[in-house]
Write a protein that binds this ligand. Structure first.
Ligand code: PMP
Length: 418
């Protein structure tokens, strides 16, 4: 059994101060008590007064899931902060199935309002304003925006077609100024990265894990595109974690619904507790109604049906990716360079011969009724010019992909003439 990390070292000042909320802990106690227990402790409202009674939800295959009055009453009430107990059990099974992180005594799960809520709580768990955090560059703009607002010292680590570049990571840490304290944490998106579409292979993950061990870093594995992989998934950081240094974020946004706002954090227990204490005094818990709908769906499905569902989804995105790659090769060839993604919803184009894609997109492309996202949104320093654009292939029809890329090709040809 490996020795446990000293988790106190990783906590921000705010996280170190956080204590359980007495009221929320009572909710947790009551939820675990025998049904005959009489509670005068609760501040929960009386659900019989709410206007909703029951619900039938029709699935896309025509079958139904039912929220009978008893399920509905639970779905309308406060929950213990980590989530609906049966849903948590189901998600633990899911984590074991996909990542086999082994001993769940060392990890626990907390359901969050999308993975973004979990992510912001994980950053605040570890960082004080001014603290360094190592991130992929380019990086998910939502995380950058959070970290910027928080006042973190965001350290960009270059990426390539396999994600975070090990040499640059090593160099950055080896040449770290002795006057500054070393980072405690590394944040990465291992599959179908937003914005680059890059995925890390196993060798890359192993090399990064070794560096994390050497410098005693936590790894934040933000993996909302895990279920959108077009090839057999490589093991996750969570599945290779022997020290308890990985905090993993999963999202249901791409597989159940973005609007239900369901994600979950898997973290070593001492860190998980502090995340729960934080959630107790912010959102309290993720939507009970969303959690109940997800639970009823998972009770109807077994893991293999869920797996088939995610495979159908990844097949759809792979097909979309193929259409987009074909259109890019047809209309943009010689004007751009890119790596073909093996997961996710995005392609990252470098436009040859153009320094700043903001003007190109907002002034020229939009005028021709095609919109892409300028690369600058995904870099720490947004004042600089970047020759990149992010192309998303999630929503467009095959006709729109063809017509849109033809329009963008024309815009580029015009621009490069000058
Ligand atoms: N992380 C990354 C890398 C994302 O691209 C997104 C948004 N798709 C999120 C987190 C937030 O997702 P969620 O809807 O689960 O909050």
């Amino acid at each position: 059994m490996p020795t446990c990390l000293d988790y106190a070292r990783f906590l921000s000042k705010a996280a170190a101060r956080r204590q359980p909320s007495a009221i929320r802990e009572a909710t947790q106690l009551f939820s675990r008590s025998p049904p005959s227990t009489i509670s005068f402790a609760s501040g929960s409202p009386n659900t019989s007064l709410f206007p909703f009674k029951q619900a039938t939800i029709t699935l896309i295959d025509g079958t139904n899931i039912e929220l009978d009055p008893s399920a509905m009453s639970k779905a309308l009430q406060y929950l213990p902060t980590p989530g609906l107990a049966d849903l948590l059990e189901w998600l633990k099974k899911l984590q074991n199935y996909y990542h086999s992180p082994g001993d769940f005594k060392r990890y626990d799960l907390c359901i969050t309002n999308g993975s973004m809520e979990g992510l912001s709580k994980v950053f605040e768990l570890i960082l004080n304003p001014g603290d360094p955090v190592l991130v992929d560059s380019p990086c998910y703009s939502g995380s950058l925006d959070f970290l910027r607002g928080f006042g973190a010292d965001i350290i960009s680590i270059e990426t390539d077609s396999n994600g975070m570049n090990v040499n640059h990571l090593n160099e950055t840490l080896t040449n770290w100024a002795t006057s500054k304290s070393l980072p405690k944490v590394l944040y990465t998106i291992p599959n179908g990265s937003n914005p680059t579409g890059a995925s890390m292979n196993l060798a890359r993950k192993q090399a990064i894990y070794e560096i994390a061990k050497k410098y005693n870093l936590l790894i934040i594995e933000d993996d909302p595109y895990f279920f959108l992989q077009f090839t057999k998934p490589d093991p996750s950081f969570l599945s290779m974690d022997i020290d308890g240094r990985v905090i993993r974020l999963d999202s249901m946004s791409k597989v159940l619904s973005a609007g239900m706002r369901l994600g979950f954090v898997t973290a070593p227990v001492p860190l998980w507790k502090k995340i729960v204490y934080h959630q107790q005094v912010t959102s309290m818990h993720a939507s009970s109604l969303s959690q109940m709908v997800a639970l009823k769906l998972f009770e109807k499905w077994n893991l293999s049906e869920f797996d088939e569902h995610t495979k159908r989804i990844s097949k759809f995105y792979e097909n979309q990716k193929n259409l987009m790659v074909n259109a890019i090769n047809k209309y943009l060839k010689d004007m751009i360079t890119f790596n073909e993604p093996t997961a996710g919803m995005f392609i990252w184009l470098k436009i040859n011969g153009i320094d700043d894609t903001r003007k190109l997109i907002y002034e020229k492309a939009l005028g021709q009724e095609v919109l892409l996202l300028p690369g600058s949104a995904f870099f720490v320093d947004q004042s600089k010019s970047y020759p990149f654009v992010r192309v998303s292939y999630s929503l467009c029809t095959p006709e729109q992909i063809e017509t849109g890329m033809a329009r963008f090709g024309k815009v580029l040809q015009e621009e490069l003439k000058h």
